[in-house]
Every structure is written in structure tokens, then in C-alpha cells.
Design a binder for this molecule. Structure first.
Ligand SMILES: [Zn+2]
Length: 167
């Protein structure tokens, strides 16, 4: 059966800012086993459940270099992603399941090439542009402990911190 077995899955908890796991540099995966494949499936399921289009492992509390994305039918499951080429520039508001309730203007390259390991542990190279390129870059940021708040101006950020303290 090609369809992923999702019927018996439950969405995982999404770690939210200021959870420390979101700030840690993730460990490389290196070799893919059934364990990582299961994490990929759980990540995709959780991401879709919360209407996300991308998710990184630290967002479910796993500090390892695993990302998933689903943009207009392009499904990406990638371990140890590395952006090796980037060109163009594009500005867009980004949201994040780990930082609910805000969106931040983020300028990023429009087109990228990324390498990594696929679900079978084979090296792959993916070329992406537009929204998919943006999502991949956002998720790769997560693996370095970087979140959208880091793209805010100093004043915007202070305002956000004060507001989140009130909550
Ligand atoms: Zn995010």
C-alpha cells in the first residue's frame, strides 16, 4: 500500500517558544533506519493536522536534523539538509507553529539547491524555488536553533516579548 498509514496516528505536541529545544543546534542523522522513517511520518501527520506546510524535528522535541514539507503536493522528507546554492531574493511574511499568533517579514533567496538524505538514506539533491524554497530554508533554520523571531527588528521583538510575558 502506498498510502501512508496515518489512521492510527495521533498528532504530537508542538514545542512552542520559549522552549529550549528550539534553540539547540541539532545532531546529524547520518544513517536512516525505521526509527527515522517513523519520525518522518509522525512529523508529516502532525504538520498536516495543524495545517502547517513544513516542520522540523526540534519542533516535536527531537534535536536531530530531520525536516518535512508539503507545498502544493511537493512532499519533502529530508535528513541532514544542507543548502548548497541560493539565488535571487524574495520577501514574505512567515508564520511558525512554534511561535503561534505572529508573522514576520523574512527576506530569503528565491531559489535554492539543497542536499541531504532521503527516506532510504540515499543522498539527494533537490532544487526548489518560491514557497517550497522558503519552507525548506525556514526548516533548515530550525535545525540551527534559529526561529522567525530572529528576523524581527529590535523594537518588534521587544514588543513581542513584553506581550508574551503578559499572556
Ligand atoms: Zn517554524
Amino acid at each position: 500500500m502506498l498510502k501512508e498509514r496515518q489512521e492510527d496516528m495521533t498528532p504530537l505536541d508542538i514545542k512552542k517558544y520559549p522552549d529550549k529545544v528550539l534553540r539547540k543546534e541539532c545532531e546529524p542523522v547520518g544513517r536512516l533506519t525505521d526509527e527515522e522513517r517513523k519520525i518522518f511520518d509522525e512529523m508529516l501527520f502532525t504538520m498536516r493536522h495543524f495545517y502547517g506546510i513544513g516542520l522540523a524535528a526540534p519542533q516535536i522535541g527531537i534535536s536531530r536534523k530531520l525536516i518535512v514539507a508539503d507545498v502544493e503536493g511537493s512532499v519533502v522528507k529530508l535528513a541532514d539538509p544542507k543548502i548548497i546554492e541560493a539565488s535571487g531574493a524574495d520577501n514574505m511574511k512567515e508564520g511558525c507553529l512554534s511561535v503561534p499568533g505572529i508573522s514576520v517579514d523574512v527576506k530569503r533567496p528565491y531559489k535554492i539547491a539543497v542536499t541531504g538524505l532521503d527516506v532510504h538514506g540515499e543522498p539527494v539533491r533537490i532544487e526548489a524555488e518560491g514557497l517550497l524554497a522558503r519552507v525548506i530554508q525556514h526548516e533548515v533554520d530550525h535545525l540551527k536553533g534559529r526561529i522567525i523571531l530572529d528576523y524581527m527588528g529590535a523594537f518588534e521583538r521587544l514588543k513581542f516579548k513584553l506581550n508574551s510575558r503578559k499572556r
